[in-house]
Design a protein. Structure first.
Lengths: 195, 293
């Protein structure tokens, strides 16, 4: 029993190490697989660095075999061991602005325009807001837009129009410009892209 | 080889004070409960955990989502309820093992249902709960009657190793993808993160002059993350002080929900040498049976 437990614990360590693989998990499967790529690497960085990089790539290819077998258990519990936490922030400043009948009621991080602020900054909603302000064709913009319009119609009765505007600009962000937006108008409240 | 295996066997049989791991068992589920209750308070459960066709936000669901087939559009609400009950049971130390299995599966389904809102901290919490599944974390500060003052130490060791992998991966990922973390000239990446109005509470205009402060902060962040292997040594408790301060800083300056608190929930096991003397010791001495198997 003691031996089985020791083996089990060792396997648990290996599971975390092989699937987490700090640093290695960046390398694609085919990295430095061809002779041409290895020669190019050696030319650019010298033989020692090329050998080290090739060894890392080979280890990673071996790791992929585990990823494709024992790694398959990860989605059941949704525990993908990939930990690229907060690598960098955005190059520009982005904000979301919401207008109701032409009057601004919300702007990201603006204490005077704070309608729906706790909702928009909630960690579950924020990623959708973030992708909406950075990508004009973000796939979830329709869902977020529909949600904002429904809330606006509930909180501001008799309104005729809701504009959801993505603002963007260089740091520090004191001059932001409209990049893209969604608009919905009464009576059908159909959301449309607006450039 | 035989000596190495003997060392490993003896390491797997070490015991430790049950209280730090019990605090983790209480803290992690409480973060999940607080997170879901906050969503309910904001009236977002019917928006977040329903498919797009039924009025939800996300058009994308993961292929491993099964609860919609089983329960239809109300599946999200059921999964939230199951997760809440199971997390409460884990926190209370009641039926811990079945509660972890069912709770983690339901929590994972919430992630499959709404992938954009299922972040790294959710995966960290679920992984840690699955490790707790094999632990005796319910021996202290729980409503169970059977209690031990000492429990096997390997789950805490494995959790420490898990945190090393997480922090080290985060540090290496930063350096590989953004060399500016170590640059004296580039715009400090930490500043890019901390003045991003989408995630941070700092006003980018008023903080834009404090570049050196963020540059030094960036160096410290990288130093902390890359030195995480210290957690596996006797200096781990000192590393944990720096790590906890980093997460407190994140909690004070950013709106990342339960991220900072979820990570801080691990720190009782990392700071155990400092905190043990302050922890209540109110257990029944008649059940003081150290667990060795």
């Amino acid at each position: 029993m003691r031996t089985f437990r020791a083996i089990g614990i060792l396997l648990a360590y290996l599971f975390l190490l092989v699937l987490g693989a700090p640093g290695l998990d960046f390398l694609p499967f085919g990295y430095l697989q061809s002779t041409r790529a290895q020669e190019r690497m050696e030319k650019r960085h010298g033989p020692t660095a090329a050998q080290l990089a090739k060894a890392a790539a080979d280890i990673n290819r071996f790791r992929f075999k585990f990823e494709d077998t024992i790694g398959k258990v990860q989605p059941i519990f949704r525990v993908a061991q990939s930990w690229h936490l907060y690598r960098d922030g955005p190059a520009d400043i982005h904000k979301l602005e919401i207008h109701v009948d032409g009057v601004p009621v919300y702007r990201t991080l603006d204490p005077k325009l704070d309608w729906m602020d706790p909702t928009m900054r909630n960690r579950r909603i924020r990623p959708v807001v973030e992708s909406m302000v950075t990508k004009p064709k973000a796939s979830n913009r329709w869902g977020l837009g529909r949600f904002i319009v429904e809330r606006a119609r509930a909180d501001f009765p008799k309104i005729q129009q809701v504009d959801i505007i993505s603002l963007s600009g260089k740091r520090p962000g004191d001059r932001l410009q409209q990049k893209h937006s969604l608009v919905a108008k009464a009576p059908d409240w159909q959301l449309k892209d607006k450039r | 080889m035989n000596r190495v295996w003997s060392w490993w066997m003896s390491r797997c049989e070490q015991v430790e004070d049950a209280r730090p791991l019990a605090l983790l068992r209480i803290g992690l589920p409480l973060c999940v409960i607080a997170d879901l209750l906050r969503l309910a308070q904001l009236g977002l459960l019917d928006t977040v955990f329903v498919p797009y066709g039924s009025g939800g936000l996300s058009r994308i669901q993961d292929p491993h989502l099964v609860i919609i087939e089983w329960f239809g559009a109300s599946a999200g609400g059921i999964a939230v309820l199951v997760t809440l009950v199971c997390m409460a049971l884990v926190s209370l130390g009641l039926w811990m093992r079945p509660a972890i299995i069912v709770g983690v599966l339901a929590y994972a389904q919430l992630g499959h249902l709404y992938p954009p809102g299922d972040r790294a901290i959710d995966r960290i919490v679920r992984t840690a709960l699955l490790i707790l599944l094999f632990s005796a974390a319910d021996q202290r500060f729980s409503l169970r009657r059977m209690r031990s003052l000492s429990i096997p130490a390997w789950p805490s060791d494995l959790l420490r190793f898990f945190l090393v992998v997480v922090y080290l991966s985060a540090g290496i990922a930063k350096l590989i993808q953004q060399p500016g973390w170590l640059s004296m000239e580039a715009f400090p990446p930490l500043m890019r993160i901390l003045i991003d109005p989408m995630a941070s509470d700092l006003n980018p205009v008023s903080w834009s002059m404090d570049t050196p402060l963020f540059r030094i902060g960036g160096f410290i962040t990288i130093a902390i993350e890359l030195s995480a292997p210290l957690l596996l040594t006797r200096y781990g408790k000192y590393w944990a002080i720096a790590g906890s301060l980093m997460h407190l800083g994140i909690a004070l300056t950013m709106s990342l929900g339960m991220f900072a608190w979820g990570m801080l929930a691990f720190y009782p096991i990392l700071l155990a040498p400092f905190i043990l003397r302050f922890l209540p010791d109110d257990e029944d001495p008649t059940v003081d049976q150290p667990t060795t198997s």
